[in-house]
Design a protein around this ligand. Structure first.
Ligand code: HPA
Length: 290
């Protein structure tokens, strides 16, 4: 028995064609808005919106803080599509469903995927409200056999054994760091390693200490599956984590974390994240401008 039912190529095609028949916008950049970062989509001009419930074959989002819609539009003249609301493994979705939109984006001829997320910091020198440019990730759920590419491989998307040592585009990371200096926010910007855990509970202290030893800087419950699916089908990837809380590694600490705190930090930093992403999109090189 397979751990997840394959989705056939024609199903992705059906969704892509449905979208193409309803909008003239041909996005080159796709942006996944993480928890509390939905307002990012507000920067798009000439918006055309499709609710996930109306899009054939699309999974549905169940998390508070996620609107559940695709927003097509332009950022500084570049055609984009934003996911307001992503799908998480902890909602019960097989990872092939979590990554369904990424493959649809590929069929829409998207070139770059920008992923954002809310994350807890493991690194000692990060503060709540800081932003981490993702340099690399540890796909902890993949270690446990939960992987978006499990099952038969469709070569039309990519190879059976994709390389992942260049997952986060070096040029885009460098561009983002330069932009942060110009926007005067380099003091809150880091570059680091993200680790995806399954959730939905936040980490125990022993788990946090383990992640620290493994070289993790920030931990969250998303992103790695979408990035893997995107790299598999040849998209360039850029990732940002908004540090919404510090994960405690100290048994004497009485601080606790909850989802509301995660959402409120998202609100506080939405503007900075929006400016960074907008400038990045404005300046990134694409094969075809429209
Ligand atoms: N752990 C895991 N996921 C998260 C956290 C965290 O501390 N904060 C926001 N998402």
């Amino acid at each position: 028995m397979l751990s997840q039912d394959p989705i056939c190529y024609e199903t992705y095609q059906e969704t892509a064609k449905w979208l193409q028949s309803r909008t003239k916008i041909r996005p080159k950049v796709a942006i996944i808005c993480g928890t509390g970062l939905g307002p990012l989509a507000g920067a798009l001009t000439n918006q055309e919106t499709f609710k996930y419930t109306d899009i054939p074959n699309f999974p549905q989002s169940t998390v508070q803080g996620h609107a559940g819609q695709l927003v097509f539009g332009e950022l500084k003249g570049k055609p984009c599509v934003c996911m307001q609301g992503r799908f998480h493994m902890y909602e019960g979705y097989p990872l092939i469903k979590v990554t369904f939109p990424v493959r649809v984006f590929r069929l829409l001829d998207v070139e770059v995927l920008i992923v954002t997320n809310a994350a807890g910091s493991i690194a000692d020198d990060y503060n709540t409200g800081d932003i981490m440019v993702i340099k690399d990730h540890i796909n902890m759920s993949g270690f446990a056999g939960q992987h978006p590419l499990c099952g038969p491989n469709d070569e039309r998307f990519g190879p059976r054994f994709p390389c992942m040592s260049d997952a986060y585009d070096k040029g885009l990371r460098k561009l983002a760091l330069n932009i942060s200096r110009e926007l005067d926010c380099s003091n809150i910007l880091h570059e680091g390693v993200y680790c995806m855990v399954g959730g939905p509970n936040f980490e125990t202290i022993a788990e946090a200490r383990l992640l620290h030893k493994l070289g993790v800087d920030a931990v969250g419950m998303s992103t790695a599956p979408e990035v893997i699916a995107a790299r598999h089908c040849g998209l360039r990837v850029f990732g940002l984590s908004l540090i919404t809380n510090k994960v405690t590694k100290d048994y004497d600490c009485n601080e606790s974390v909850d989802h509301e705190a995660v959402l409120s930090i998202g609100e506080m930093r939405a503007g900075v994240v929006q400016s960074l992403v907008t400038e990045l999109v404005a300046r990134m090189e694409l094969n075809t401008a429209s």
